[in-house]
Structures are given as C-alpha cells and as structure tokens.
Write a protein that binds this ligand. Structure first.
Ligand code: DGJ
Length: 717
C-alpha cells in the first residue's frame, strides 16, 4: 500500500523543479467524485474542490481564489490546526511547503495514484502527498511521506495523514463509540464553531472507546438513502485522531491521522516518515451508498483475501472457557462435523506448563502445549480434526504476557512497564515491546513456530486483551515518545512477515471484543471479532454499527448461550455476517440440532450473497423497534433479507418493508428459510412478486412478537 514504485522515484529524481507555476490543477478522481488541488500564485498547494464529479472538463482558470491550504503547515501564517508541525535541527519551528511537481500513475485500469511533491523553500524538508483513487468503488486512499536532508534530526509534532476542507451551511458528525461489550454505538451531532476531536490513546489497539470511523454530513443530517456526506476511516492499529475544526468563516477542516498525543518523533536525515492511510468515500445518496462503496473497496483491496470464502466454525471459548482436555475437545470436533461446520477453533487455555494457563492470571507468553490438558500436543488434535474432515484453528495472543509466566521471568526487558512505578494490569497482563526487533522476532516465532510444527493448522484467532498504561520501553531509551508509533509499525512488520510466508492463512483479528478493527490491520486479516457481547439483541446494534464501514464477510458473529432469545433468533442474528457457533452442541435437543444443521446449509448456500452482495439497510433499530436489512448479489438474481423484531409496544404498527437493489423487471420467488421445526412459516405458500412490486409495495414480514426474526431468500425466476 505504501510502496512507491521505481518509476515514481525516477520521476522525482529528474523532475523539473517548477518555480512560480500557477494555474496548475491536479484532479484526483473516481467514477463519481473529484478532489481537485490547485497551485496558487504564491506557489502553495490548495484544495480547490471536493464533491460530485464535475461533468464538464475544467480548465485551469477554474477555482480562481482557492483559500484552503492543502497540507497546512505551522509556524508561519496559519492560525488554525496544522497538518504538519516540525522543529528544524537549528531549532526553527516554522515550515513552508511549496509545490514542486506531481505525477500520476495507473498501476491498473481501476486505480490511479497521484503523488504531489512539496518542499520548504528554505530548509531541505520535503512532503509528498499520495492519493490512490479507486474508480469503480468511488473510494480514495491517501497518505503522506515526510523526509528531510538536514544535518541533524528534525522533530515532528504533527504529521497528519489527511487534511480535507468543506464549505457548507452546517456539518453533522456521526461517530461510533462504546466500551467492552458495547461497541459501535452510533451518535450524530451538529458541529459548532471550534474543535471536536475523536481519538484514542490506547496504544496497543485503535479502538474500544472510540472507533476510527466517522460520517460527516454536509448541510443536513444524512440518512440511509439521502444526504451528502463523506465516510472516513483511518488504517492505523494504534492511537488515532480525527479533528474537526469549524472556523470563523464556517469552513470545516478535518484532520485525520496518528494521534500526536505524547508522540513527537525525531526524524533522522534521509529516513522517511510514512503516515498510515486515510480511506474515504463521498456519497450524495446517504450512508447506504457510502457503506456499499467501502464494502466493495474492502473486498477488492482493503482486507486480506476479500474474494475468498470464509470458514464456518465451532469455537470452544464459551462452552469450556479454560476447562478442557483432549477428550472434551475431541467431542467438540465430533460436534463440528455433526453441525456441518468447516472448522473447530481451539481458544485460550491450551498452553503453558510452569504456570499452566488455568485462568487469565497465568501463563500468557509461554506458548508450549500444556501437558496435562493436551498430553499428545496440538498435533494430535490437528490429526483428529483431519480424520473428521474438519479444519483446525487456534487462538494466540502473542503480544502479551502475564507476570506469572516464564516469559516474564526470562525477559523483563521485553515488557512495557515503567521502571520506577508499580506495574499496572488490565486483565492481569502486560504488553510486550514490539518496538524492539527481538520482540518482533519472538511474536513472529509464536505464530510461525506453531505453523511450522503443525502445518495442518488452518486458522489463527489473534487476540489482544489490553491497552497500554504505565508504559515505558527499555529498548527505546531516550526516544520514549516514539513508542506509540514504533509499536504499531513493529506489529505490522510481524504481520507482513507472516503474510509473506503464509499469504492465505485465514486469521481473525480479536481484541477482547471489537477493540481492534481498522483497515491498517485488516490488510493482514480475513475477519475480526466484533464484540465479546454475543447477546443477539445487543449484537443487532453492534453489527449494525460495523456494517457502516466493514463488509459482512469480515464481521465474525457467533451463536452462543448469551441472552434468553430462541436459538432461531440467535442463529438468524449471527447469519447476517460471518457465522460461527460457540455453544454446547451436545446439549441441543433433536429439533435444535436439526434446525442448526439446516441453518448451516442455508448459510453455505447463501454465503456468497451475504459476504459479497450489496448491503441495503432497510429499517434501522435506531429508528424503530425492529431491524431489517438485505444483501443482493451483483446480478440481482439472488437476495437474502433479515428481519428482526426487537420489541413491540401496545398498538405498535410496522409498515411494509420496501426492498431495495432488485431488478424491477425481474420476477422473484420469496421464501422464508431457517424455519424452526414445527413452526409455521410467515410465507407458507409459494410467493412470487415482481422486483418492481417488492421495491414499491414491499412485504409485510415483521412479527409483533419481541425478539423474533425471519430470514427470507429471494430468487429471480
Ligand atoms: C477475548 C476474546 O474476545 C474471546 O473471544 C476469547 O478469545 C478470550 N479473549 C480468551 O481469553
């Protein structure tokens, strides 16, 4: 993503330094969006336009007086939040950036990359703004590269990825916040004059309290199908910051990037500082279109193997917690097969001997099989899985350590902790220092060691159950303010090494729930664990929240014993994303087992539509006592609709649900699936409707019974 091709390097090497050139327009365009820069008479770069694509060719006399400096600096005449702030090696705290040159590449038909080179006229400091435009998806990705050739290091205080400007009457910000087990709560507020910041300071993960995603609507609040907005997200698995500043002229600037909090960075001459990517899409048709743009981009470019199938699975975490042995696990392998699932996933608790991992207070860091629980090792389980034709996956949390572990005893210098204050625990554990290359090797070897010894391992669940507190790196010595950045870059090095060796191993990103999903990490992961809260009622809101920014195939939803709802309701909720089970299958009665077996078959038949179809959120749980959404494949031949009744009040009415995304000219068979044995379908007979009817009149499919659901399969005849 961040590699600059040789042709570009060559171009910059031989580029003519353009002095005093004005009227240069630099468009960055997708199929429906234009972001246009202009070089001003002062040789600075301005953002001239962002919005719907301008249909007529623009000449270079357009945008006569642009006012928004593209990557605004600090220390000279800027009075608002800068994109970049540095102190030069001579102590001078000012920076000016003038346009030097730009270049556009087209590595593939759908992708255009634009590089704009800026330079300080007085100091040898250079900034390159990179923009990658994905035409069909209508998505833009941008990042920045900062270098200098001063004699000594310069200090970076701000180093934004992106600075975008908008001029509208009003601005509405939709943010997603929460906590453990209550992720992705959506809130929309009007921005007023001054600054609003959404950020995280958790260090070892991006979110938990605030998620690195937002919608910014222009003029009016936007809804699902109307309204002008951008949807933005930062690909960075650590401290992030989005800053929204409304100035005295009611212009809005949005600064996105790594959180500069406690992170001044000393940059050596010649060493590039490359920011993470900001990914965004512009929509003039509400949040629904923005989500579909991002989903398509994620599937095609943003997440690991977006075009590949995902594995349905049985996980043992909520069934056994730490209390298991070979016999119990072998029985779960039988259950995996019986259910028709692809894989068994062995969770936490399988390792450590000096301090056996019997609970979350011990053993983390000691990645050898626990001999009491698994006398025949992981290899035995892999073989047992193979004998049953199911795959075997395993949980690891290699970035962390319990104080009660051999790793803690042997490598205290590998652990992030203040030398002169008490250790501070969260889930009884500490974070390893991934800024240290030796620790990077260790973490890589945890994963690689397992895969080398047991090549049959088909999946990793990579967990991360705490953030950084009382943090200090022995390795970084007097560069402590590099830690938040070097940690994440160290982690990415490990992921990149793993991906080089195991390019297609499916891996689930997990962090005590949905604390670590962002598009920086998702380049290496096929999916993520959305929340530890698996109560299906809560899950509807949580999954609804993620659906705005992440495609269904990446959102892991498990059927568990949380919540008092029926097994059908729990299954129907899990099915709207990447479905798995984490429930004692051996306690199912005959009907429950039969229901689940059929649901798994239904899911497999329809997974292509759910994973890669276009998502239409039809009725929001934030607006009604129900939630309805559907996925439609790209031929408009197949669709799946999920309808959930959350509650119903006395006298409540639920209107028909009008479908979306179908072909009005086609005729569709509409069938209810996932019917629990013995229960009557809401569509007992064959139902055939035109697409036109389904989208204009709609279906009456919502039950008034709280916590009930229906799944509807829609097939063109
Ligand atoms: C937190 C995860 O979210 C759970 O699914 C489980 O893997 C536990 N960690 C294991 O410790």
């Amino acid at each position: 993503m961040k590699k600059i091709s040789t042709s570009v390097v060559l171009f910059f090497a031989i580029a003519l330094i353009v002095k005093g050139q004005t009227d240069i327009l630099i468009p960055v365009s997708t199929q429906n969006t234009d972001l246009i820069f202009k070089v001003g008479t002062d040789n600075r770069l301005y953002q001239a336009y962002i919005g719907p694509k301008l249909t007529r060719a623009i000449d270079n006399k357009a945008f006569q007086r642009p006012v928004h400096l593209a990557y605004v600096t600090s220390g000279t005449d800027n009075l608002f939040e800068p994109a970049i702030r540095i102190t030069h090696s001579d102590g001078n705290p000012s920076l000016e950036l003038h346009y030097v040159s730009h270049l556009t590449e087209k590595p593939e038909e759908n992708v255009t990359i634009t590089h704009i080179r800026l330079k300080d006229p007085l100091y040898p400091v250079e900034v390159i703004l990179h923009f990658k435009a994905f035409a069909r998806e209508d998505v833009l990705e941008q990042w920045v590269e900062i270098t200098h050739q001063e004699k000594k290091p310069v200090t970076l205080y701000n180093y934004a990825t992106s600075m975008l400007y908008f001029d509208a009457g009003k601005y509405w910000l939709t943010q997603f916040h929460g906590d453990w087990a209550e992720e992705m709560k959506m809130q929309e507020n009007e921005l007023t004059s001054g600054i609003k910041i959404i950020d995280s300071k958790l260090g070892a993960r991006a979110h938990m309290y605030q998620t690195p995603v937002f919608f910014l609507s222009l003029n009016d609040k936007s809804n699902e199908n109307t309204g002008e907005l951008i949807a933005g997200t930062l690909g960075w698995s650590g401290n992030f910051q989005f800053l929204f500043e409304v100035d005295e002229k009611n212009a809005l600037r949005i600064r996105s990037g790594i959180n500069p909090f406690a992170s001044e960075y000393s940059l050596q001459p010649g060493q590039p500082f490359i920011t993470p990517s900001f990914v965004f899409t512009y929509s003039a048709q509400g949040k629904g279109l923005a989500s579909r743009n991002l989903h398509r981009w994620a599937i095609n470019y943003g997440i690991m193997d977006g075009g590949e199938p995902r594995l349905t699975l049985l996980n043992n975490w909520e069934t056994t917690f730490f209390n298991f042995n070979e016999e119990k696990l072998t029985a779960l392998l039988d259950d995996t097969k019986k259910m028709g699932l692809d894989m068994f996933l062995l969770d936490d608790g399988w390792f450590a001997n000096k301090y056996p991992r019997k609970n979350d207070m011990v053993g983390l860091g000691d990645w050898q099989e626990n001999k009491a629980k698994l006398p025949n090792g992981i290899g035995y389980l892999v073989k047992e899985a193979e004998d049953r034709s199911v795959k075997f996956g395993i949980w690891i949390e290699p970035e962390m350590v319990n104080p009660k572990s051999e790793l803690y005893e042997t490598h205290p210098d590998w652990i992030l902790k203040l030398p002169n204050r008490p250790e501070h625990y969260y889930r009884n554990q500490l974070v390893l220092d991934l800024a240290n290359p030796q620790v990077q090797d260790f973490v890589f070897n945890v994963a690689d060691g397992l895969l080398t010894k047991y090549p049959g391992i088909a999946f990793f669940k990579w967990d991360c159950n705490r953030m950084m507190t009382n943090t200090y790196s022995v390795y970084l010595k007097d560069k402590q303010s590099h830690l938040y950045i070097d940690y994440v870059n160290g982690l990415y090095k490990v992921f990149a090494r793993l991906r080089q060796k195991y390019p297609h191993l499916p891996m689930m990103l997990c962090s005590g729930g949905g604390g670590r999903v962002d598009y920086g990490a998702m380049r290496y992961f096929t999916e993520f664990w959305a929340s530890d809260n698996t109560d299906p009622l809560e899950r509807i809101y949580i999954q609804w929240g993620y659906s705005y920014f992440f495609p269904a195939l990446a959102v892991c939803n498990h059927v568990t014993s949380w919540g008092k709802q029926s097994l059908k309701f729990r299954t129907d909720v899990a099915m709207m994303g990447k479905m798995g089970f984490d429930i004692p299958v051996n306690e199912f009665n005959e009907k429950e087992l039969a229901f689940c077996q059929v649901a798994v078959k239904n899911y497999k038949r329809l997974s292509e539509v759910i994973w890669r179809g276009e998502l239409y959120r039809l009725i929001s749980p934030y607006e009604e006592n129900r939630a309805v959404l559907m996925y439609v494949d790209n031929t408009c031949d197949k669709a799946v609709l999920f309808s959930y009744t959350l509650n119903s009040r006395y006298g409540e009415t639920f209107n028909n649900v009008r479908l979306k995304g179908l072909d009005p000219a086609k005729t569709y068979a509409v069938n209810e699936i996932n019917i629990f044995p013995g229960i009557r379908s809401i569509f007992p007979t064959k139902n055939v409707y035109s697409g036109d009817y389904l989208m204009k009149v709609g279906l009456n499919l919502t039950s008034f019974q709280p916590l009930t659901s229906s799944v509807i399969e829609i097939t063109a005849e």
